[in-house]
Design a protein around this ligand. Structure first.
Ligand SMILES: Cc1cc2nc3c(=O)[nH]c(=O)nc-3n(C[C@H](O)[C@H](O)[C@H](O)COP(=O)(O)O)c2cc1C
Length: 140
């Protein structure tokens, strides 16, 4: 299985989570490429069996949460029929950020299998859960 992990990150948490994810997948024998949404690896996207998209939670802490820089998600290339997982990092409450990400990616043609919000205070713990759920859902 080939996984492409695409992230949007303002202050580095989502980047860090994506890199941890790439490393955990590699340890599990899954090849993963990790790149920012501003420098897409089109080849890796095209050949990926699974695309993971991560961003951060933007809002006013407890209401109006939305994916950070959603316009960058909307501008992703068409992902027709690609299986995708979404994740967001957050500080206090991610609200409906994952649902909003899901709708944006469905708008790009992706088949979104699920998602998870990762608390920025425990990125490593969140990433470990995310990767074990990913491997259960999609055995390598
Ligand atoms: C402008 C702005 C708004 C934010 N709004 C929220 C929010 O509404 N709820 C929340 O839980 N975290 C919020 N956060 C925290 C970020 O989602 C969190 O720190 C995230 O991990 C940042 O990811 P990054 O380091 O990849 O940019 C906000 C951060 C910023 C900069």
């Amino acid at each position: 299985m080939n996984v492409a992990i695409v992230y949007e990150s303002l202050t580095g948490n989502t980047k860090k989570a994506s890199e941890l994810m790439g490393r955990e997948l590699a340890r599990a024998g899954v090849s993963a490429s990790v790149f920012p949404i501003t420098r897409l690896d089109y080849q890796a996207l095209a050949s990926a069996d699974l695309v993971v998209v991560g961003t951060w939670t933007d809002g006013i802490s407890v209401f109006g949460q939305r994916p950070g820089r959603a316009q960058r998600l909307r501008a992703l290339p068409v992902l027709n029929g690609k299986r995708c997982l979404v994740f967001c990092t957050y500080a206090i409450n991610p609200g409906k950020t994952l649902d909003k990400m899901t709708r944006i990616l469905q708008g790009r043609g992706a088949e979104v299998l699920g998602g998870m919000a990762l608390r920025r205070q425990d990125l490593q713990g969140g990433v470990t859960d995310f990767v074990s759920r990913l491997l259960e859902a999609i055995p390598a």
